[in-house]
Design a protein around this ligand. Structure first.
Ligand SMILES: [Zn+2]
Length: 141
């Protein structure tokens, strides 16, 4: 039953469903984690080029890791849902880079990515605590 629901969700979400704010990002994360948990083999369920790019994030060569990060940043601009899948990779470098791409793709809407308040820059932005990103930093990343 869970696999059927997951396949329906996978089929309904599209690249046009780009998250707009932090709540959308959290919802997209929840949907993708549910679908990923229901997939029999999450790595093989990822389409190309995302599978290759996410695998490249853990390459021993930093040149290839950076190239994969740049490629993933471009590819995920229109379809970011696979970044949530990459956040569950066993390699911490892959998880770190997927979160970094998410933070770069989604600047805070409250401060427009500056991290400063709109009121004379007197204090950090309340929406993002001055981090300038809509995807929050977490010790669980
Ligand atoms: Zn902000």
């Amino acid at each position: 039953m869970g696999a059927i629901v997951a396949m329906c969700l996978l089929g309904q979400s599209s690249a046009a469903d780009v998250p707009r704010d932090r709540t959308d990002l959290e919802f997209a994360r929840g949907v993708e984690e549910f679908v990923m948990a229901s997939a029999p083999d999450p790595v093989r369920a990822m389409p190309e080029p995302f599978r290759g790019l996410i695998a490249g994030l853990g390459d021993p060569s930093w040149l290839r890791r950076d190239a994969a990060t740049s490629g993933l940043r471009e590819a995920a601009a229109s379809d970011p849902r696979w970044l949530f899948w990459g956040r569950h990779d066993p390699d911490p470098e892959v998880r770190l880079r997927c979160n970094a791409v998410l933070r770069r793709l989604y600047p805070c809407w409250g401060c427009r990515g500056t991290g400063r308040s709109r009121n004379w820059d007197a204090w950090p932005c309340w929406d993002c605590d001055g981090t300038a990103t809509a995807w929050p930093y977490s010790m669980w990343d």
